[in-house]
Design a protein around this ligand. Structure first.
Ligand SMILES: Cc1cc2nc3c(=O)[nH]c(=O)nc-3n(C[C@H](O)[C@H](O)[C@H](O)COP(=O)(O)OP(=O)(O)OC[C@H]3O[C@@H](n4cnc5c(N)ncnc54)[C@H](O)[C@@H]3O)c2cc1C
Length: 374
């Protein structure tokens, strides 16, 4: 019998889940409907750095998940036949001013490289070598260069994955929906029942699961970044991403497009307005790396809403005692990296059922989801 699956939310988690639900064995007997109106989507706003290996975070579950996500990217991009405009391993350079800090970072990179093939090779570069790799910079610092680090265009990734899935079993509905206490999806065309519902609604999870009697401990955070039109280096379309110490990230996207960001504004919550003072501050960050850039170079400001949990860790899986519903949220500032792995796992669980053991990646869901009756 045909299985009907709904996905609420079409960011990186929902789009990757939709893609795998159209390709995994068993998908032939599945009909998938994705609901998303795109408001505030973090994925479309994101800068797009995939380079989790030198993170200072001590949470090993998060690291395993982020590493698995970074490993999955090349395979996903290949299988979905997406191009270098979507994802490219340009390499990432993490800079440090103090020589001993640079050595410590290099040692960590060497240690992590042993079980992280996607990292590629690791070298230290002096300031002149960094400058040569990223000619846009006018003030370079020495850094650790990781060849497997990548940049991804979140919006292009989502639209590429969804386009593939719609060729098979996916229908997309551009609308905001809600759930009722019976677990029906309330759409503009009326209430609809599904066999499984994947709620990949990012920062909006809390309001969606409230009618199910669930309290989700997730909070929103506003993030802004600026897009700049800068000198085009036709022979250097794959400039590495630069992650400077104590500064905003510097993400050259080729064809003269540069992204600088991002902010982390807890007070901003769901506010999607671009703030001129923040734009000026982000421009200041850009100017500290690239002296000749001015406000005239700014071509756009992107604003998105990240979802955070109290321990900054993502969570995902079937809701305990309500397994028809699968959730994902709390992907925070690294959701482009972890998102594809989360979406793939959720797709498998929605198709095949069972009780997945994902304890290598996350704490039990009851850490983040509680009954609102309690
Ligand atoms: C400025 C910025 C820069 C970032 N940079 C990076 C980076 O460099 N590297 C990295 O790894 N991560 C980065 N991130 C984090 C990453 O973008 C997010 O963690 C990730 O995209 C979250 O994906 P998601 O699918 O969980 O949620 P989202 O992408 O937010 O998608 C959720 C979707 O659900 C929809 N939705 C919600 N409720 C409903 C409803 N009731 N009905 C219909 N649709 C609904 C929303 O409109 C949205 O489209 C950045 C984030 C921001 C904001």
């Amino acid at each position: 019998m045909e299985k009907r699956i709904a996905i609420i939310g079409g960011g990186i988690v929902g789009a990757t889940a939709a893609y795998y639900l159209s390709t995994l064995p068993g998908s032939e007997q599945t009909k998938v409907t994705l609901f998303d109106d795109g408001t505030g989507q973090a994925t479309t706003a994101a800068a797009g750095i995939i380079s989790p290996w030198l993170s200072k975070r001590r949470n090993q579950r998060w690291y395993r998940l982020a590493k698995a996500g970074a490993d999955l990217f090349p395979e996903l991009i290949h299988d979905a036949q997406l191009g270098t405009d979507v994802y490219q391993q340009t390499g990432t350079i993490v800079t440090r001013e103090v020589p001993t800090d640079l050595e410590t970072l290099f040692d960590l990179a060497q240690e992590r490289r042993h079980d992280a093939a996607t990292m590629g090779t690791v070298t230290t570069l002096n300031a002149a070598e960094v400058q040569a790799k990223v000619p846009l910079l006018s003030r370079a610092q020495p850094g650790v260069f990781i060849t497997g680090g990548a940049r991804v265009d979140g919006a292009a990734l989502v639209s590429g994955l969804l386009a593939k899935a719609t060729q098979k079993n996916l229908t997309i509905r551009r609308e905001r929906v809600s759930l009722d206490a019976q677990g029906q999806v309330l759409t503009s065309l009326g209430a609809r029942q599904f066999d499984r519902v994947i709620i990949a609604a990012g920062a909006w999870l809390k309001e969606l699961v409230a009618p199910l009697g669930i309290n989700a401990a997730v909070r929103p955070q506003k993030g802004q970044l600026i897009e700049l039109a800068v000198k085009d280096y036709p022979l250097n379309e794959n400039m590495p991403v630069v992650m400077p110490e104590g500064e905003r990230d510097f993400v050259p996207f080729g064809h003269g497009k540069l992204i600088v960001g991002a902010t982390h504004e807890d007070d901003g919550k769901f506010n999607l307005a671009a703030d001129p003072a923040v734009t000026a501050d982000l421009l200041g960050s850009a100017q500290r790396l690239m002296a000749d850039v001015t406000a005239d170079n700014i071509t756009g400001v992107r604003v998105g809403t990240r979802a955070y949990t109290a321990d900054f860790a993502p969570f995902f899986g079937p809701i305990p005692d309500q397994e028809k519903f699968l959730v994902a949220s709390g992907l925070g500032s690294s959701g482009l990296t972890t998102g594809p792995q989360v979406g793939r796992l959720l797709a498998g669980s929605a198709l095949y059922g069972g009780t997945p053991d994902w304890s290598e990646y996350e704490l039990p869901l009851t850490t983040y989801l509680t009954s609102s009756a309690e």
